[in-house]
Write a protein that binds this ligand. Structure first.
Ligand SMILES: Cc1cc2nc3c(=O)[nH]c(=O)nc-3n(C[C@H](O)[C@H](O)[C@H](O)COP(=O)(O)OP(=O)(O)OC[C@H]3O[C@@H](n4cnc5c(N)ncnc54)[C@H](O)[C@@H]3O)c2cc1C
Length: 311
């Protein structure tokens, strides 16, 4: 219930105005976001890499409504990739970028898919020049078909382009089967959105079971699974399945969000696993923050404590 209310909040303009106007929201934002600028993202990336982690950088923003904004987001990614390369941080994919299709035009009223394709191709090309890759984030269930089409088309030129499968969708085990191919980089997550009955799984334990099933499919295939979860039970299962199937530590990776379970991120890295931290930056952090609050009551409590401590 709380989760649904919070996800509804992420779409509410009134709630957005209220939360943006609260000065100490910043304190909470800083826990989950690198900062406002590309320089902030670079500084945190360097720190994470020095600590043995890989990074995927996300320029915050989604649901872009005009083509100029989609072009500006694309330019930001292209600049960021050049800066990562110049700073020596993109080598061998140690830092890559994550891109939301609606941030680069997928939701535009006219030729949205075409625009997103062109913009993603520009970013993928800049990533290749920098020696790294792109992962295309997955958004709500209405975008899944178009996003998978974009990924399939782009992979003809950029075979390393990564995509995301969300275990809360009923279709996902089939999608994993289709995507478990050589060189195919697939991030598996539970999904941060809601879907109607029939399209999505409502109960948490069903989503977890589906995650384990999808994970087994990906780990059994010849692709490169990217297991994005903070769930200790699923991480244990992943380690056991990878071990049983004789997977080398560099043939898959764990992924977690910046600011969430940093000790677990360090533990996994210290034992020789690859761990990639998803690192958002930018000023458009609202939707991202509310999804993080919706995921875990403790995150919400942290937010409310921060609010009340200043009043
Ligand atoms: C790298 C990455 C990329 C992602 N990309 C996408 C995407 O493209 N599209 C999308 O829809 N979603 C994406 N997500 C979000 C994802 O779908 C989930 O919403 C989010 O990761 C929470 O799910 P969870 O697997 O961690 O499990 P949850 O069910 O939220 O948590 C499971 C358990 O993990 C532990 N845990 C969780 N949070 C904390 C915490 N703060 N402190 C301590 N323990 C904690 C607890 O034990 C908890 O019971 C991404 C997540 C990651 C990590």
């Amino acid at each position: 219930m709380l989760r649904q209310a919070l996800l509804a909040l992420s779409a509410s303009q009134k709630a957005r105005a209220l939360i943006l106007a609260t000065p100490l929201t910043r304190e909470v934002v800083d826990r989950f976001v690198a900062g406002e600028t590309a320089d902030d993202a670079l500084a945190v990336t360097r720190r994470l890499q020095d600590d043995g982690k890989l990074v995927s950088i996300d320029f915050l923003g989604e649901d872009t409504v005009d083509p100029e904004q989609a072009a500006a987001v694309t330019e930001e990614y292209v600049r960021l990739l050049a800066e990562l390369s110049a700073a020596g941080l993109a080598r061998q994919g140690r830092a890559e970028v994550s891109v939301k299709p609606t941030a680069v035009g997928l939701g535009l009223a006219e030729h949205g898919e075409k625009r997103a394709l062109e913009n993603l191709a520009k970013i993928a090309s800049a990533a290749r020049n920098a020696g790294t890759t792109v992962t295309v984030d997955m958004e709500d269930h209405t975008r899944v078909e178009a996003t998978l089409r974009l990924v399939a088309e782009l992979r003809a030129d950029f075979p390393d382009l990564g995509c995301v499968i969300q275990s809360y969708l009923r279709r996902s085990p089939d999608d994993c089967q289709d995507l478990a191919l050589a060189r195919s980089r697939v991030r598996l997550c539970k999904g941060a959105y809601r879907a109607p009955e029939g399209v999505g799984l409502a109960a948490r334990h069903e989503v977890d079971l589906s995650y384990a099933r999808c994970m087994r499919i990906l780990l059994a295939g010849p692709g490169y699974p990217m297991l994005a979860t903070h769930d200790p039970r699923l991480i244990r299962i992943a380690a056991a399945v990878a071990d049983r199937s004789g997977r080398a530590a560099d043939s898959f990776e764990y992924q977690m969000l910046y600011g969430i379970r940093p000790d677990e991120q360090s533990r996994l890295a210290a034992e020789g696993s690859q761990v990639r931290v998803y690192l958002p930056y930018g000023s458009d952090w609202y939707g991202y923050l509310v999804r993080r609050l919706a995921e875990r009551p403790a995150n919400l409590a942290f937010f409310l404590r921060a609010l009340s401590s200043r009043h």
